[in-house]
Design a protein around this ligand. Structure first.
Ligand SMILES: *Cc1c(COP(=O)(O)O)cnc(C)c1O
Length: 494
């Protein structure tokens, strides 16, 4: 059955998957959603015998129905290859009584690689299928990890350019170095004097600017997005939820058909939404536990049904979750509202007043989710506790999820098997991880810390980290929020 895509804000066009991937954001500022969720027509026992690529194919072919089998298989083969440091692609490891799904074995050691290693292939294939001759300009705002993963994916891809905006001072040292050392003539990296929400709002504004679109078109350019607002980011992420389930069946931790929980460290709500789509497809998932750091706007939302971004933006040691406007939540709101009109109303309230409140029926429709948060201190305590008890070293984002899960179990006594989604390598956030284990490490410089982390974790230093140790800085542009458009025009020469 063909799956089509439409805007969460009611724009009348219904378009194919490849067109939605090309456009990124709908013309009315809405996000594309599938008009129907395909069902996962595979026996869970059969899943256990499949490899990552086969499962990715099942999921992608269910949602991206206007791509041919050959096209999808070629995209998958080009994405999940030796760029990953393990053939498993996303190992599910047992630590104590809990499972962690490690999504950080790709080129830039964060979970964004899971989708961004395939998005350039889906996008260039989409351009061919739709006879697009314009050069595609990927415009991206990043809280730290998307930027590098997108740069790595799009660098030197013919027919594309990529521009990344990151909050200057709002990302880890390693994250910043990874981005500013990026090679490729089609890449451009800009630090913004503002936070992630400022950068994301600036990017969305450019997407919605019809006159800018016109100017670009005259010069043979068109925008697309590598942010999780692009459905081409979201769908590949559904695959690893199915994969995690298949691993638990394979190792005998669960019986085929038995339900499991997922705990997801959340910022822009893209990762956990993919888990929700997996559940809607029919994967036996009970609860999706949304884990926040001190920027706990989502925790408050799930507790009270009120989304309120009017609060202090807090910089934490899990910077990729330092977000107050979670873009992908709009896809869930649209679903629970059951209509684009109501969703549009809420999004208007969000942009004008910074707050909206769901009604009782809509709140009831959120029942698949639980939520928790971890303070900075709790997170550091969790990283240390798990290390002391098991020797496993996790990054600060995974630490938030792990801590939230511990609190969840003590509050609910829910014994459903759970998978904690591990979103980054500890090497990416070495300072915060190491000082959680022992504050004395804080006196070391960033690269000395990496050596110590290697000793403590007994995990090899990833290539992604080795690479930047001596790399040349190639990007040093910094701009104010109101100059983002000027930077884009400058880079494109329009
Ligand atoms: C992006 C990111 C998150 C948040 O994921 P969302 O899809 O934005 O909710 C969590 N952890 C890490 C390491 C990330 O890079």
């Amino acid at each position: 059955m063909e799956v089509m895509y439409k805007s969460t804000r009611g724009h009348s066009d219904t378009i194919t998957a490849s067109q939605a991937i090309l456009q990124g954001l709908a013309p009315d500022g809405g996000l594309y959603v599938p008009t129907s969720i395909p069902s996962l027509d595979v026996d869970p026992a059969a899943l256990a015998e499949m490899d990552y690529k086969s499962i990715a194919y099942i999921v992608l072919s269910s949602f991206l129905t206007d791509y041919t089998e050959e096209e999808l298989k070629s995209c998958i083969d080009n994405a999940y290859d030796a760029k990953f440091d393990t053939q498993e692609i996303a190992p599910v490891v047992k630590v104590g009584n809990t499972h962690y799904m490690e999504l950080f074995h790709g080129a830039t050691i964060a979970f964004k690689d899971m989708a961004l290693s395939i998005l350039p292939h889906l996008l260039t294939t989409a351009a061919k299928k739709n006879n697009i001759t314009n050069e595609i300009v990927i415009l991206t705002a990043t809280s730290g990890d998307t930027g590098k993963a997108a740069l790595a994916g799009f660098a030197d891809v013919p027919g594309t350019r990529i521009i990344v905006f990151y909050p200057k001072g709002g990302v880890s040292r390693i994250q910043e170095l990874q981005m500013v050392t990026q090679k490729g003539d089609n890449t451009f990296v800009v630090g913004v004097n503002g936070n992630f929400d400022d950068a994301q709002t600036g990017v969305k504004k450019m997407f919605n600017d019809a006159s800018l679109k016109e100017v670009l078109a005259q010069k043979g350019f068109q925008f697309s997005s590598a942010n999780s607002i692009n459905i081409g980011r979201l769908i590949p992420q559904v695959a690893y939820y199915v994969w995690a389930y298949s691993r638990l069946v394979k190792e005998g931790s669960i019986k085929p058909g038995e339900k499991i929980n997922f705990v997801v460290p959340t910022g822009n709500f893209g990762n956990i939404l993919a888990g929700y789509y997996a559940k809607l497809m029919g994967l036996p998932v009970d609860r999706l536990i949304c884990a926040s750091n001190d920027n706990k706007v989502l925790y408050d939302f799930f507790k009270k049904g009120i989304y309120n971004r009017n609060r202090e933006f807090i910089l934490t040691t899990s910077p990729s979750m330092d977000i107050l406007i979670s873009s992908n939540l709009e896809r869930l709101i649209y679903k629970v509202c059951g209509s684009a009109e109501l969703n549009r109303e809420y999004m208007k309230e969000l942009s004008e007043k910074g707050v909206y409140s769901l009604n009782i029926t809509q709140i009831a429709a959120l029942a698949d989710f639980s939520a928790g948060f971890a303070t900075e201190q709790e997170n550091a305590g969790e990283i240390k506790k798990v290390y002391d008890e098991t020797g496993y070293v996790m990054d600060t984002h995974t630490g938030v999820a792990s801590c939230v899960y511990r609190k969840y179990v003590s509050e609910t006594s829910d014994t459903t098997p759970a998978v904690i989604v591990s979103t980054a390598s500890p090497y990416k956030f070495g300072r915060a991880v190491m000082t959680a284990i022992d504050p004395a490490y804080d006196s070391l410089d960033d690269f000395a810390l990496i050596g110590e982390l290697n000793k403590v974790s007994k995990v090899e230093i990833p290539n992604a980290v080795r690479e930047i140790m001596n790399a040349e800085i190639r990007h040093d542009t910094v701009c104010d929020i109101d100059k983002m458009e000027a930077e884009v025009k400058g880079f494109l020469g329009v």
